[in-house]
Every structure is written in structure tokens, then in C-alpha cells.
Design a protein around this ligand. Sequence first.
Ligand code: PMP
Length: 379
Amino acid sequence: MNKLIYLDNASSTPCDQRIIKGILLFFSKNYANPSNITNTLGIDANTAISLARNKVAKLFNCLPQNIIWTSGATESNNIALQGVFKKYKKLNQKSKYHIITSSIEHKSVLETLKSLQDVDISFIKPDSDGITHLKDIENCINENTFLISIMMANNELGVLNDIEVIGKICQKRNILFHSDATQAIGKLPIDLNKLNIDLLSFSGHKIYAPKGVGALYIKDPSIISPLYYGGGQEWGYRPGTLNVPGIVGLGIACEIFQSDQNTESLKIRNLRDIFESEIVKLNKNIIINRVKAQRVSNISNVSFPIKKGISIINNINLIACSSGSACDTLDHIPSHVLTEIGKSILEAKNTIRFSLGRFTKIEDIKNAIEYIKEILKIY
Ligand code: PMP
């Protein structure tokens, strides 16, 4: 076997051909700035942006004007968390402010929160499944708590938090609720009309749209102050010339999910189940992490037996997969998610996230298992 098997869809997905087809026009024939509607090209680009916004809003059952375009979930998380704090601080002069989050959020949430001044932050440790418990959240709330940020699905384990109930707690206690839905979008239905979520972040490249585009849902724009200043695009919350091809692509990605959602998730889940049932047969010390917890259909987090302190990821060259999140891999540090749920550094270094996607085939799964079997013989 010498062809790379792509099992890293939670890091990034290939762009869907239907999306590529739909966006090419905006690189070539229609290159106009959508903010300039004094010419027909600009009007067409502007219309394409509105259509894309409608498609995203339809998937989430929210109003199009509640969606703002960003460069991805990192920026969405920053605009949401910093923007809410900036506004809240302006309206409420206090000596202390308090935010609740979990210790296994993505770094774009954790580091953004850590950068805020004059804020106490409770980083709730999840249980060993990676779930943040409602009781722990409730116990942390105090009179200064104004914001809770809990991710919908964890990017390494795929486990799901009870966002519906967390939303209810926030509503009851008059606390704003932000959720990072980057790994949940396209994997499960998200009805923003039913969930009490004030701010929701996601990226396009996890759902077959191009990289460098994402969005932030803001239920009530009066809760945030802008972080950037410029030309006033996106109602002033994210000024700058819009990434028309990316945005059109994100719109098409949401439209595809709207029609395919259930069948696609089921297909991916079946392949994931085959992968997991086969991989544990290779060695009795292989563990599938959080197998019983509620999780998204595409992620399989596998711990391999520890040998000589070597990290197995360095030997698996013909499967694209991740050890920790892509950002942690760059830093060569063990995943904070795995250490927080109780894995040792060595265990974390020998744990791999395999993530399937729309284009994963049964042959990929069979070949991956054969390849891992060979690696385990020499490793
Ligand atoms: N949140 C989560 C849960 C993620 O998985 C990621 C991507 N790894 C991000 C935020 C950041 O997304 P992006 O790099 O597209 O900004």
C-alpha cells in the first residue's frame, strides 16, 4: 500500500466538487466587490452573499441577519468571546466578572478567554468521557457570571455535551451562552430556534467548503461590541471585503447537508463502527476512547499500546490522521483534551484521532486496518 488514506476529516475536509463548481465563477468571471452595488457584477456578488446567508440560516432555522461571515471558527470564537466581554464591561461596571467554560475547549476558546483582563474563569474539568456535567456548571455559577462557553462536540473525542439543557440553565440564570459547533455542524441537526444559544461558531473547511471561511451566529447583536473597525461590512461586526467564493461555498455546503444529513451520518457511522470493531481485533491493548458516550458519527479516538516511549503517530505515515488537534500536533505537545480526561502524557502521545468523512470508502477502512496491522508488527 503506498497511497495515502485520508482519515483526518476533523482537521479539514476536501472541497466537495459540487461546491468547487458553484464557486469557480466568483474567482473568474464575477470578481466584483459585493459591497459595491453600483454595477451589475457587484449586484450579482451581493446577491450570491445573500443567498449563501439564507442557506446557512435555513440549516440552523434562524434569521439570515443573525449570521455574520468570518474567516473561520477561530475568528468567530474571538469575536464572540472578546466582543461580549467588551460590551458587557461597558454596560456593567463591576470589580469582577466571571466566565464558565470547560478545560477541553479548543485553544481558540481557551486562549481567548485567558487573554481577557479582570475576569475570573472557571475551567470545568470534564468527566473521563469528556462530558462537562450540568451539576458542575450550576455549582460554578455566581453573581458575577455573565457568560458560559461550552462546545457542542469535542474535536478530539467527538463526544457531545447536553447543549439543550445548558442553554436552559443559562436562560434561567440570565447568562449568555456561546457554543463552538465546529465539529458538530453537518453531523447532527442544530435548531437555533429551539436551543437557547446566544452565539454559535463554526468553520467551512470541516464541511467540505474551502478553508478561510466561517460564520458566527449572534442571536441579539446588541450583546457584542466589534473588535475591528473598517468599512462597516457585516453590520460593523466583521468589517473587510467579503470572501465571496468562500462564503458561496459555505452556503452550498449547508444546502447539501440540509438534504443529505441523515443518510450521510448513517453511512459514516457504519464505516466508523466497522473500523472500530476491526481495529480492536489487532491487539488486546487497543482501546477505543469514549465508545459508549454520545458522540458524532465521524470521529474515532484510539489509544495504542505504549512501546519504548515512542509515539505511534510517527510510524503511521500512510494514513492521514491526528495526534491531538492539528494545532497541538504543530506544537508537538500532548493533547490537553486527553490529559484532562486522565490519560498520561505517554498514553496521550500514543492516542490517535481517525476521522472519517463524506468521501471515505469501505476500501479505505479495510486498507487502513491492514496497514495498522503491519505497523503493529514492527512498532
Ligand atoms: N473549534 C474547534 C472545535 C475546532 O475543531 C477547530 C479546528 N480544529 C476550531 C475551533 C478552529 O477552526 P479554524 O482553524 O477553522 O479557525
